[in-house]
Design a protein around this ligand. Structure first.
Ligand SMILES: [Zn+2]
Length: 815
């Protein structure tokens, strides 16, 4: 029985082929946009391949076969005729008839498939004789254009384009030839896969020839910059290799939220600037809201059902364990009055506070509360020293109120600074946060704990108080110019152990993942003076907060780091803006930072993919720290609402060019017309979709401001996630993998190691096995063998392979 089997197998044996792809082109990646499209994907997935430039190299059987083994298990042609009228052209093809016949004989004898990325549908007798080509189309029905609506025809083709959403049309937006099949009995059997909605003509089809050859043929121009090409791209590989190849693809999406716990400055739509006068720190409500937004999000989309945000936090903003009490002196005090409405009284060591029938005088006090303590006040006591005024009453009374706008030394009755009027003249304040005072023996002593704790929710940069006398009273209040320190306006605060935002995040900590974004968000540029000690402390203090607050996955995730502004890689002289004095990575990196990182066991560091030399995963020189790029988005760090975002977006991409006298339509990266919020989200969704279709695992980064509940539970962050996921699901039918940063780092390191180890293999179709071997022990990623993940209708496995080799059972999972 065994002998009989062997005999039968060898009689009809299918030759063994290597697991390697051959891409036949009409030039280099710069010259051949089809190669430019496919090689990025193959590199990212780790698929072994050779490129044969048909204009330079003659195809011979020796290139295809070694010792009767096939050297390739799949062929990709970037153009149907290898269109070429340059050097080596044969009737407009880069191949001679003999070369075409060698290729087709190999495909037939070694049972190897071919994918054709684009090109003319050469069909019928003439092309068969001249090129040995026949794409089975009725050339008299050809129509070419630049805009088609692609309709999927996949009902009986479960293993082709299994990953697309076939119920949704695919817009085709570049040069395409559409045709009907010609039903020529001497040509291939044509199965349409993607047709034009209007004419019903074919754009992508599967061809089966009488000799058994199988071709996936697209007559659509494909290039890396075309969105639909990114959709089609995977099947060109998958079809050609029959779904069995080294390498695998997943779709990734992760959202890093930077600056958690601290304030970020806000965009001011009035001035088109970010001044720091407006700022935002999340409320506890934002966090509760985001937790429920995420559970709605993951409930709604089954392909993102384990999605979590990664919070990159700055521990300085979290509640401290037991902050020491503070005693503060008012930094500024002045008096404004209703008679002389355009000046103030700041001179001398006292300010006037009084109310009479002819004049109101009010005092303004400013305290700089320590930004590094976010804990609630347990008790806060304000002490003012007053001086009795001739004719004044002993029992002076009034109120001290929390102001709702900041002001400067130039504040007057009418205006809070030299530019802006008060929202209400005489100083803007919140009448719900006023506390009555009574002067007692030239002293005002007031418990203002509730004002401080409310102030923390307002995001105002300074703590400002308005002193208003009751009618008929007049006092003078000593300011900090008073010669005796005990007379200075004084605020003593002792702190509670908690504050609402920290409590909310700690309560919900298992709903998130966490990342170290350094303790105070200090710049790590060498030029900003970030020494070893400073860097060590910034990172280590944040590690301490991680442990104290009990955030999850400490051991793994603490090995990752996101520096403030991604600083420390290039050197921008402390500036976040590109400028002539900046030194790019790696020359501009801060070696002291990396020394401290290595001493703290950090292995993965975030870089900004948009900055020079930071767009690929690479080891920082002289370290074993791997850079993991992240994508910026148009959800800027300084916006909390659609209004702010839309204003800033249109200013950056449109208005400022108009203001500069330029036409934005002629400027790269600018837009011709301002966009609405929904148009911005649509553009973001497309951009993000393109990122996802590169199969790269890089996260997108955002800021805590984007988590703000701007109304009815909505946030910029989840608007973005819904827009992206909706767009993705319209076109594709695949799970979206949401990985933590540490695991991304481990995976990328594994891929880099595999690249170096020359992972290779052969496919024995008779035994239905694949044998793999590598120069070193690595994690190999393979598609189409039994076990592993079931993803997009295929088996994807990640497994140990070394120089001894291993053999696996093939499972193409075809229905
Ligand atoms: Zn940051």
């Amino acid at each position: 029985m065994f002998l009989l089997y062997l005999f039968a197998a060898s009689a009809s044996a299918t030759p063994i082929v290597q697991l390697k792809l051959l891409v036949i082109t009409t030039g280099s990646a710069e010259q051949d946009q089809g190669l430019d499209l496919i090689d990025d994907m193959l590199d990212e997935m780790g698929v072994p391949y050779d490129v044969l430039d048909a204009t330079q190299t003659t195809l011979t059987t020796d290139l295809l076969v070694t010792n009767s083994q096939g050297n390739y298990n799949g062929i990709i042609l970037t153009d149907s005729s290898l269109y070429n009228w340059g050097t080596g052209s044969v009737n407009g093809s880069a191949f001679t008839l003999a070369e075409w016949k060698i290729l087709h004989a190999y495909e037939r004898d070694y049972q190897v498939r071919e994918s054709v990325l684009s090109g003319y549908p050469m069909s019928g007798e003439y092309f068969r004789v001249t090129y040995d080509l026949d794409y089975g189309m009725d050339m008299s029905s050809m129509a070419a254009g630049f805009s088609f609506t692609g309709v999927w025809q996949l009902t009986n083709n479960n293993d082709i384009f299994e990953y697309v959403n076939q119920t949704h049309n695919l817009p085709i937006t570049d040069y395409t030839i559409t045709t009907h099949p010609n039903f020529d009995p001497d040509g291939p059997v044509v199965t349409p896969l993607l047709t034009d909605k209007t004419s019903g003509k074919i754009m992508v089809s599967k061809l089966v020839y009488a000799d058994g050859r199988e071709v996936l043929y697209s007559s659509i121009a494909n290039a890396w910059y075309l969105l639909y090409s990114q959709v089609l791209n995977y099947e060109f590989l998958n079809f050609a290799t029959q779904g069995v190849f080294i390498g695998s693809r997943y779709i990734y999406l992760a959202a890093h939220i930077d600056d958690v716990f601290i304030h970020d400055e806000l965009w001011d739509p009035e001035t088109n600037t970010t001044t720091g006068e407006k700022r935002y720190r999340n409320s506890a409500h934002d966090i509760d809201n985001i937790v429920s937004a995420n559970s709605q999000f993951t409930d709604q989309y089954t392909n993102v059902n384990s999605f979590k945000l990664d919070l990159a936090f700055n521990g300085v903003g979290a509640a401290q364990a037991s902050p020491s009490p503070v005693s503060l002196i008012s930094t500024t005090a002045l008096s404004i009055n209703s008679v002389d409405q355009d000046s103030n009284q700041t001179d001398g060591n006292k300010i006037n506070v009084g109310t009479s029938s002819s004049m109101r005088e009010r005092g303004l006090l400013q305290f700089e509360l320590p930004d590094e303590i976010s804990n609630n006040a347990a008790t806060a006591t304000l002490k003012l020293t007053t001086k009795k005024v001739a004719g004044g009453t002993e029992e002076s009374t009034g109120s001290i109120c929390l102001m709702t706008e900041t002001w400067t030394n130039e504040a007057t009755w009418n205006a809070r600074n030299t530019v802006n009027a008060w929202l209400s003249s005489g100083g803007s304040f919140d009448p719900n946060y006023c506390i009555a005072y009574t002067v007692n023996r030239n002293r005002i002593k007031l418990n203002i704990t509730s004002l401080i704790n409310h102030w923390r929710t307002t995001n105002l940069p300074t703590f400002d108080l308005l002193i208003m006398a009751d009618s008929g009273t007049l006092i003078k209040v000593f300011n900090s110019e008073a010669n005796k320190e005990r007379k200075h306006p004084n605020l003593k605060i002792s702190f509670a152990a908690s504050e609402p935002l920290t409590d909310a995040i700690v309560t919900n900590r298992d709903e998130f993942r966490f990342l170290n974004h350094t303790f105070t968000h200090r710049d790590m540029y060498k030029s900003s003076g970030a020494t070893y000690d400073i860097a060590f402390q910034e990172i280590n203090d944040n590690i301490g907060v991680w442990q104290r607050l009990g955030f999850p996955e400490f051991t793994a995730e603490i090995q990752t780091l996101v520096t403030g502004n991604h600083s420390g890689l290039e050197d921008s002289e402390g500036s976040n803006q590109a400028s002539s004095i900046s030194v790019d990575y790696p020359e501009g990196r801060n070696p002291a930072l990396f020394e401290s990182m290595m001493d703290l066991g950090i292995r993965y560091m975030a870089s900004d993919i948009s900055r020079p030399n930071q767009d690929i995963p690479s080891y920082v020189p002289e370290t074993d720290i791997l850079l993991l790029p992240r994508y910026p988005t148009s959800l800027f760090y300084n916006v909390t609402t659609p209004e702010e975002l839309t204003d800033e977006y249109n200013y950056i991409f449109y208005e400022r060019h108009i203001e500069a006298g330029d036409n934005p339509c002629t400027i790269s990266g600018a837009i011709c017309q301002p966009r609405s919020y929904s148009e911005i989200l649509a553009a973001e969704a497309q951009t993000t979709f393109r990122h996802m279709l590169t199969f790269r695992p890089w996260p997108h980064y955002f800021h805590a401001t984007n988590l703000h509940d701007y109304g009815n539970g909505n946030s910029l962050q989840y608007d973005w996630l819904y827009a992206v996921t909706d767009y993705f699901n319209q076109l594709l039918n695949l799970p979206i993998i949401n990985m933590d940063y540490y695991s991304i780092g481990v995976m990328v390191e594994e891929k880099l190691a595999a690249q170096k180890a020359n992972l290779r293999g052969t496919w024995d179709r008779n035994n239905n096995t694949v044998s793999l071997i590598a120069d070193d022990a690595i994690k190999g990623r393979i598609t189409g063998i039994a076990g592993g993940d079931f993803y997009g209708g295929q088996h994807l496995i990640t497994t140990d392979i070394d120089s001894l080799g291993r053999t696996f059972i093939v499972d193409q999972a075809n229905e």
